[in-house]
Design a protein around this ligand. Structure first.
Ligand code: GUN
Length: 285
């Protein structure tokens, strides 16, 4: 294997240790950071994600309270719960696990969460702050990607960064963060012409399409950094990313595995945002 393996488990453990120190410092000032996690319905992947988030809170020393609601919960009931959590001074962060059932409008849910408690950084107010470069919440997966690149010893400044996928959760916000790090950013998507040609010019590729083999070795410049946000199953049912890891690792300079790359970073950055939420609500930032 030619490429450096970027170890998301190791880097996320470092960040969680920092978050634990921050949480302890807040507790020493009489503030106990607290995250409310809301899960509606019984999507099995969501249950695993929520349980992992709660375990991380416990390990870091952040209090978590969970609200597990049945799939038939009405939009009004969910919005009422969010109002209660917004008003609850002991709750600093509110996370509604997505996707919510189809009869609930996820945009209304996102808009209902107080921007000061929006630890996912999904509310338009926080997306606006992100675009203008103000301090505050950072979107968890995109911020985790920046940490993976920097903490594995690479700079972003002046690099050609190609993002594949234009979602609100990953593609668009990671573009902003890479630009703030002085990268030169191109966002590609399903209608992009000559994706392979654009990728061949990239120093950094971030793939977030949810499609197996989005990035193959012929698309990768020698020495490029490859960040794989995909969580897919291949033909044999094995967990894999968007990148043809086996072949790309022989061309790339550095690459994230799936699992063990970007995945663990999302939760680590969420822990940081919970501390940020506690600081914001106590006038400390
Ligand atoms: N569903 C998948 N990823 C996420 C996430 O980061 N936050 C929330 N709230 N839901 C998700």
């Amino acid at each position: 294997m030619k490429a450096q393996l970027i170890d998301g488990k190791l880097i996320s453990a470092e960040i969680k240790a920092e978050a634990a120190e921050e949480a302890a410092a807040l507790k020493a000032q009489g503030i106990e950071p607290c995250l409310a996690v809301v899960l509606v319905g019984d999507n099995s992947a969501s249950k695993v994600y929520v349980s992992n988030k709660q375990k991380a809170c416990e390990a870091v020393g952040i209090k978590s309270v969970s609200h597990v609601l049945p799939g038939e919960t009405t939009e009004e009931e969910l919005l009422n719960l969010i109002d209660e959590l917004n008003a609850d001074k002991s709750v600093h962060g509110i996370l509604v696990q997505m996707p919510v059932p189809k009869h609930i409008d996820d945009r209304k849910v996102i808009m209902a969460i107080s921007p000061d408690k929006d630890v996912d950084c999904f509310h338009p107010v926080n997306v606006g702050y992100l675009h203008t470069g103000a301090k505050g919440f950072l979107p968890c997966t995109p911020a985790g990607i920046i940490e993976l690149i920097k903490r594995s010893g690479h700079s972003i400044e002046g690099k050609n960064c190609v993002i594949i996928g234009r979602s609100n959760i990953v593609g668009k916000p990671v573009a902003m963060l890479l630009m703030q790090e002085n990268g030169t950013v191109t966002i590609c998507h399903s209608k992009t012409k000559d994706l392979a040609g654009i990728c061949r010019g990239a120093d950094i590729i971030v793939s977030a399409t949810g499609k197996v083999d989005t990035v193959t070795a012929d698309m990768v410049k020698e020495g490029a950094i490859i960040i794989d946000v995909g969580m897919n199953r291949n033909a044999e049912g094995k967990l894999c990313g968007d990148v043809d890891f086996e072949n790309v690792k022989e061309v790339a300079g550095a690459i994230t595995p799936v699992p063990g790359g970007v995945g663990p970073m999302t939760i680590a950055m969420l822990m940081k945002n919970c501390n940020t939420a506690a600081r914001i609500q106590n006038g400390l930032m």
